[in-house]
Design a protein around this ligand. Structure first.
Ligand code: HAM
Length: 469
C-alpha cells in the first residue's frame, strides 16, 4: 500500500519508526534525528518489483505476538479438553471437497483453487478442513480407536473469494472436531470451547444456533421453502433466483436488503424437525443454559456447507449480527459425512474459527498480547577482539538459559546502550579493550546505571544469582 502511495506522489515517503526497531531494510533520512524516533525513507520501487498476490497477505513481525497467543491458547484448550493435534496437507483431491462440502455450495462452485497436475490428477487447495478430518479418520483406521476421537488443527485455508476487509483468499483457521459420538453434550462442549476462546481475549461474542435436522426433515422443509419463495420470485436478487432451483436453503443466507425482508415471512426449519433432531437440539440448549453460555436461536441459520445435520452454529462478534463477512467462526454436526465415504455411520461434530478475523477483533477490543521475547541481558562490545569474545559469551549465556540480546554489527557503545534500553533489559554487559586485557567485564544495572567490574569467568554465575532476585 505504502509503495503505491510513493508511486502516486513521485517522492519518497518519510515515515517514523521507533528508535531501535530492528530487522528493517531502511535508508536514514538526512535530517537530524529527534532523540526518541528515527526517520526512515522507503525508496521508490521499480514498476516490475514483485508484489503480493491479491487476497494473500504477509504476517509481519509486529503481528506475530497475536498469532502466537492464539496458537498457545489453541494448544492449551486442546490439552485441557482432551484433543490431539492433527496436521493435514494443504492439497487434496478435488473430489473430496466436491463430495463433502457439496457440488452446489458456493465453496465448490466458485471458490476453490483447483488445477489438473502433470499426472492428470484433479487437485485443490483446501478451502476447509472438516472434509480432510473425515478422510484422515478413515485413512488412518481411527474407527478402531476408542471413540470419540477428538482432533484439533490449525493452518491455512484457501478460497477464491472477492478480497475485502476480513475476507482473504488465504486465511487461517483453527478447528476442533469430535468424531464417533452422537451425544448432544459434545455439541454443547464445542460451543463452550469456541465461546471460551474469545472470552479469554476479552472479545464479546454472540452465538447463533439452530438445528437443520436430518436430510429427510430438510427435504420436507425445502419443498415448503421453495413454494414460499416462488411466490416472491420477482423481487429476489439474481443470485437468489438461481438459489431457488440450485440450493434453496442458501436463500436464507442472502444479505441483500430486499431478500432479507422476504426472509422474514419464510417458513422456519424448526417447525419441520423430526422428534430425534428436536430432542437433540433441546438437550444442546439445556447444556448451554446449565453453563450460562448465552446464545441466540436463529431459525434462518443454515450454513453453506452440505455436510451439516442437526445442530449448526456461528460465532459473531457481539453487536454486529447482521453484517456480512463478520462471522468469527462456525460449525455444527455432520453425522452423515463419514458414512457417505465409508458406508458405515460415524456421527461427528466440530467448529472452526477464522484466525485473521479473531485477531482483528482482539485488536479492536484493545487486547494487548504479551511480548514474544523479553531479554534480560544485553551484551555490548567495543573493538574487534571484544566482539569475538562477546560472540562466544552470548552463546554461553544462551546455553545457560539466560535471555540475552545483542547488536554485534554495531560498534558504537552509545548506540548499543540505547538499543539495550529500548529492549528493557535489566543488565548490560560491556566489554572494551581494557576489560579484555584485564579478563573482566562491566555489568551495568540499567535501572539507575550503576556499573561494576566482574571477573569474566564468573559473569554467568553472577548474572544467574542476580536475575533470580
Ligand atoms: P466456515 O464457516 O466456512 O466453516 O469457516 C469458518 C470460519 O473461517 C468463518 O467463520 C470465518 O471466520 C473464517 N473464514 C471463512 N472464509 C474466510 C475468508 N475468505 N477470509 C477470512 N476468513 C474466512 C468451515 O470452514 C467448517 N469447516 C467449520 C466446521 C468445522 N464445521 C464443522 N467442523
Amino acid at each position: 500500500m505504502a509503495r503505491k502511495e510513493t508511486a502516486k506522489k513521485k517522492q519518497p515517503i518519510v515515515r517514523t519508526k521507533p528508535a531501535g526497531a530492528r530487522a528493517f531494510s531502511i535508508t536514514k533520512a538526512p535530517a537530524p534525528l529527534p532523540p526518541q524516533e528515527a526517520t526512515v525513507i522507503l525508496p521508490k520501487l521499480p514498476k516490475n518489483a514483485p508484489q503480493l498476490v491479491r487476497g494473500f497477505k504477509d504476517i509481519l513481525s509486529d503481528d506475530q505476538k497475536y498469532w502466537e497467543v492464539v496458537r498457545a491458547e489453541v494448544r492449551r484448550m486442546g490439552d485441557e479438553y482432551g484433543f490431539s493435534r492433527i496436521d493435514l496437507p494443504t492439497v487434496e483431491d478435488t473430489s473430496l471437497f466436491v463430495r463433502a462440502v457439496g457440488k452446489e455450495s458456493d465453496i465448490v462452485e466458485k471458490e476453490m483453487f483447483s488445477w489438473v497436475d502433470r499426472g492428470d490428477e484433479k487437485l485443490s487447495l483446501r478451502p476447509e478442513a472438516t472434509a480432510q478430518i473425515a478422510r484422515a479418520y478413515l485413512n488412518h483406521g481411527m474407527l478402531a480407536l476408542p471413540q470419540p476421537v477428538r482432533l484439533y488443527y490449525i493452518g491455512p485455508m484457501f478460497r477464491y473469494e472477492r478480497p475485502q476487509a476480513g475476507r482473504h483468499r488465504q486465511f487461517h483457521q483453527f478447528g476442533f472436531e469430535v468424531v464417533g459420538e452422537a451425544h448432544p453434550v459434545l455439541d454443547a462442549q464445542l460451543i463452550i470451547i469456541a465461546y471460551n476462546f474469545f472470552k479469554k481475549f476479552g472479545v464479546e461474542t454472540s452465538i447463533q444456533i439452530n438445528s437443520i435436522g436430518t436430510p429427510e426433515s430438510r427435504k420436507v422443509y425445502r419443498t415448503h421453502l421453495v413454494n414460499y419463495y416462488k411466490t416472491q420470485k420477482a423481487d429476489l436478487c439474481d443470485d437468489c433466483k438461481q438459489r431457488l432451483t440450485k440450493n434453496p436453503l442458501r436463500l436464507l443466507d442472502c444479505k441483500n436488503e430486499k431478500c432479507q425482508a422476504i426472509k422474514e415471512d419464510a417458513p422456519q426449519i424448526v417447525d419441520f424437525l423430526d422428534d430425534e433432531s428436536k430432542n437433540h437440539f433441546v438437550k444442546v440448549l439445556e447444556y448451554l443454559d446449565e453453563l450460562g453460555i448465552p446464545y441466540n436461536l436463529n431459525p434462518y441459520l443454515v450454513r453453506g456447507l452440505d455436510y451439516y445435520t442437526k445442530t449448526v452454529f456461528e460465532i459473531l462478534p457481539a453487536g454486529v449480527e447482521q453484517k456480512a463477512q463478520s462471522a468469527l467462526g462456525g460449525g455444527g454436526r455432520y453425522d452423515n459425512l463419514i458414512g457417505m465415504f465409508s458406508g458405515r455411520p460415524v456421527p461427528a461434530v466440530g467448529f472452526a474459527i477464522g484466525i485473521e478475523r479473531a485477531i482483528a477483533r482482539m485488536k479492536e477490543t484493545n487486547y494487548q498480547p504479551p511480548a514474544l521475547y523479553t531479554p534480560e541481558v544485553f551484551v555490548a562490545q567495543l573493538g574487534d577482539a571484544a566482539k569475538r569474545k562477546c560472540l562466544k559469551l552470548f552463546e554461553e549465556l544462551r546455553a545457560d538459559n539466560i535471555r540475552v540480546a545483542s547488536s554485534f554489527s554495531k560498534d558504537d557503545l552509545k548506540n548499543q546502550l540505547s538499543i539495550a534500553a529500548k529492549l528493557g533489559v535489566r543488565y548490560t554487559l560491556i566489554m572494551g579493550q581494557k576489560e579484555l586485557s584485564e579478563g573482566t567485564i562491566l555489568l551495568r544495572d540499567m535501572d539507575g546505571g550503576m556499573q561494576e567490574t566482574i571477573a569474566f569467568n564468573k559473569i554467568a554465575k553472577e548474572l544467574k544469582k542476580r536475575l533470580t532476585v
